[in-house]
Ligand binder design. Structure first.
Ligand SMILES: NC(=O)c1ccc[n+]([C@@H]2O[C@H](COP(=O)([O-])OP(=O)(O)OC[C@H]3O[C@@H](n4cnc5c(N)ncnc54)[C@H](O)[C@@H]3O)[C@@H](O)[C@H]2O)c1
Length: 332
């Protein structure tokens, strides 16, 4: 597959950041055209730290990039987040273009201006708000994405639909086969609807002082599961899908969520193969939530839904939390 066209017009003074899985998608010839003005980072969250940003900044300096130069990320959320962070601090901010290549980065990480790296054992602890000047999406990149990464991104697509996009919900329910087959044309539509949801929310609340937190639907519970599994057992997406189920159960227990709606969402998650129950120790999951609570100044806010597109943020009594969490756990 040829991807050279996506780099067209990015300018001869630009600098490109790939990772070891995205650089090969362009082939030797295309990379040669870039005239060494690129770097290939090791892939993975474990490299999302300040030392990698420093590597990018050093390269930018050695190529004499100026404030009006452009740094271009070509990769998943890790490459996008850390490249945008580097762009936001290089000479106090140079131009930045993001070319997301994983589903998660297309529908989530590239849009919204949050940049950053992991620090001190915490994810995304150091970063800036710095929206990219341009985001170039090409769903043909999805063809080479490992299945687990694809499933990871689909959970965020489902979340975006629940936040209130009926067209996206219809595609997810009626075009499942094509979505799972990564049909490029259909996925362009899926990504577009997904970005409409996130774009609308971010426009209203860029700095997450209010409703941007709706995007965290399923994330408080999901993050606790990811933490309990040492970030190795469950991918972010599988944990978020699980977290959405727990949030719906908590809402039903509180008599705020329509049980029929909860059932419809659970059916959709089932149809995409997301597990309804995780093999984990409840005390570890609840402990992870306590830890998160301390980090957030003693309160945990949960994103719940009354129904499709009817989202709100609330505190929940710890007994209800415990009940909802344990209802979705089992131990082998
Ligand atoms: N800034 C934000 O608002 C925001 C939102 C959500 C997530 N994120 C961040 O995004 C990161 C996760 O993103 P991710 O899931 O894309 O992870 P990732 O960047 O690690 O990519 C996942 C894997 O897929 C590979 N890959 C990417 N595109 C490929 C392609 N087309 N073909 C083959 N392999 C490919 C990568 O090399 C990597 O091994 C996390 O660090 C998270 O914090 C940021």
């Amino acid at each position: 597959m040829h991807f050279g066209d996506i780099l067209e017009g990015t300018g001869s003074g630009s600098f490109y950041v790939f990772d070891e899985n995205t650089a090969p998608l362009f082939g030797r010839e295309m990379l040669e055209v870039l005239n060494d003005r690129y770097t290939v980072l090791p892939a993975g969250e474990q490299y999302k730290h300040l030392a990698t940003v420093e590597t990018v900044l050093e390269k930018c300096l050695s190529f004499g990039l100026a404030r009006d130069s452009t740094i271009i990320a070509v990769g998943g959320g890790v490459v996008c987040d850390l490249t945008a962070f580097a762009a936001s601090v290089y000479m106090r901010g140079c131009r930045c273009i993001l070319i997301p290549t994983s589903l998660l980065s297309m529908v989530d990480a590239a849009l919204g201006g949050k940049t950053g790296v992991d620090f001190g054992g915490y994810k995304n602890m150091v970063g800036t708000f710095y929206p990219a000047e341009e985001i170039r999406v090409c769903t043909r990149f999805l063809q080479s994405l490992p299945e687990a990464e694809y499933v990871n991104g689909l959970a965020e697509v489902i979340k975006h639909a629940l936040l209130g996009n009926r067209n996206l919900w219809t595609l997810l329910t009626e075009e499942k086969e094509k979505i799972l087959a990564r049909d490029s044309e259909l996925m362009t539509q899926v990504v577009d609807y997904s970005l409409q949801v996130k774009g609308h929310i971010v426009e209203e609340d860029f700095r997450e002082e209010g409703n941007r937190a709706f995007l965290n639907l399923g994330h408080t519970f999901g993050h606790a599961l990811e933490t309990a599994g040492g970030f190795e057992t469950w991918s972010h997406g599988v944990a978020v899908a699980w977290g959405i189920r727990v949030a719906l159960s908590a809402g039903v227990a509180l008599r705020v969520t329509s049980p029929a709606y909860a059932e419809r969402v659970n059916d959709l998650l089932d149809s995409y193969g997301y597990p309804s129950s995780a093999d984990a120790d409840s005390s570890r999951v609840l402990q992870a939530m306590e830890h998160d609570k301390k980090k957030r100044g003693g309160t945990l806010r949960f994103v719940l839904q009354k129904d499709f597109g009817e989202t709100f943020i609330t505190d929940i009594d710890s007994k209800i939390v415990e009940k909802a969490v344990t209802a979705h756990l089992h131990s082998s």
